[in-house]
Ligand binder design. Structure first.
Ligand code: NDP
Length: 335
């Protein structure tokens, strides 16, 4: 059983060497109520970095050094002592970064209902990223037609989806991303109204003013730091910010303070953070909305798939330098 193990708690920039490939025996003793799965696809998610430090209080436990890390994935049940999950069933949910895992807790586990979309979609558009985009835009931001929406890390898993949901809803949508290739992808493939490369802007505030002369109604916050600082004074009155995450802040010793919060008071801006794991009850509603859009070809969805568990550490680390274009997935086994 090939496995990806956390070497030690991570300080500063995450490196491939923080994760070790190890081989061990497949455990065949399945406790009552548990089941053994063969992992097929693993999702690379930025929040996994936050589990690589020792946290006193968080919505999710830290990983343990020396043990297999876990993440969201798609897997096939190969042996079971759970009535609800039978041999041959396909599931998505939290699993180990290894070839075979024993699943004991079924809280996050869903049986995959249909096979007429690619299985890998359940790591992204039909997994955490999709639900995050849905909750972040519709639930948290209560959008109105015609509103002006800004999305950072827009070409990634969450960004590409939330941008298209906003376009389909009738908003004006601009995204920021870290290369010209990604900017072209946002404008030409995903139908964003505009996009810019934040790495080429010496002053994010100037960039925001240029792309949003009338201000921003909704900001989908994925990066934090200087971008959030630039956005707040450029929000329109009663604007909403959904704080998905702040990927720019994982590796810094001291997180950036936002200097512009005074204008949030004057403009009555609402900023709300959320954790997608609290919204699994909305997953059926989300599927009801998104499956027809996929089947009717109304959503573009781009995945960046690497093959083999050996490639998983580099794929995960690549999220923090923007190596991925679209949803980063690891193909562990085809079936
Ligand atoms: P992405 O596919 O967007 O990958 C991460 C991207 O972030 C990279 O491709 C890179 O793109 C950008 N990035 C990396 N480092 C920086 C930096 N220092 N400054 C600015 N941009 C950076 O990831 P996801 O779509 O999976 O996740 C997007 C965000 O949503 C993440 O912050 C994630 O943690 C969050 N999230 C939150 C959830 C929740 O429950 N609240 C659930 C799921 C995701 P570029 O080339 O453009 O720089």
């Amino acid at each position: 059983n090939k496995q990806i193990v956390l070497k030690d708690y991570v300080k500063g920039l995450i490196k491939e060497s923080d994760l070790i490939l190890k081989t061990s025996e497949i455990k065949r003793d399945i406790p009552n109520g548990a089941f053994l799965v063969k992992n097929l696809y693993l999702s690379c998610d930025p929040y996994m970095r936050s589990r690589m430090v020792k946290m006193e209080c968080s919505y999710i436990d830290s990983f343990t050094p020396g043990e297999v890390i876990e993440g969201y994935g798609v897997a096939k049940v190969v042996d079971s002592s759970n009535q609800k999950f039978k041999k041959g069933d396909l599931i998505c949910g939290m699993t180990g970064w290894e070839e075979y895992s024993i699943i004991k807790s079924t809280e996050t586990i869903f049986k995959i209902p249909s096979m007429d979309v690619p299985l890998s979609y359940y790591t992204g558009i039909l997994g955490l990223a999709g639900l995050t985009a849905y909750v972040g835009f519709y639930e948290i931001c209560s959008p109105k037609k015609g509103e002006i929406v800004f999305i950072s890390a827009a070409s990634g898993a969450v960004g590409q989806l939330v941008g298209q949901f906003a376009k389909l809803f009738g908003c004006y949508v601009v995204g920021s991303a870290g290369s010209q290739h990604k900017v072209d992808f946002l404008k030409n493939k995903l139908g964003f109204d505009d996009a810019f490369n934040y790495k080429e802007e010496s002053d994010q505030n100037e960039a925001i003013k240029r792309y949003f002369p009338e201000g921003i109604d909704i900001y989908i916050e994925n990066v934090g730091g200087k971008m959030l600082d630039a956005v707040i004074p450029n929000m329109r009155p009663s604007g909403r910010i959904t704080a998905c995450e702040m990927i720019s802040q994982y590796d810094v010793e001291e997180t950036d303070a936002t200097h512009n919060l005074m204008s949030a008071i004057i403009k009555k801006i609402r900023m709300q953070g959320f954790v997608v794991f609290d919204y699994f009850n909305l997953y059926p509603n989300y599927l009801e909305m998104v499956l027809p859009l996929i089947k009717q070809g109304k959503l573009a969805y781009v995945e960046d798939i690497v093959e083999g568990l050996e490639a998983a550490p580099a794929a995960l680390v690549g999220l923090f330098s923007g190596r991925n274009v679209g949803k980063q997935v690891v193909l562990v086994a085809r079936d």
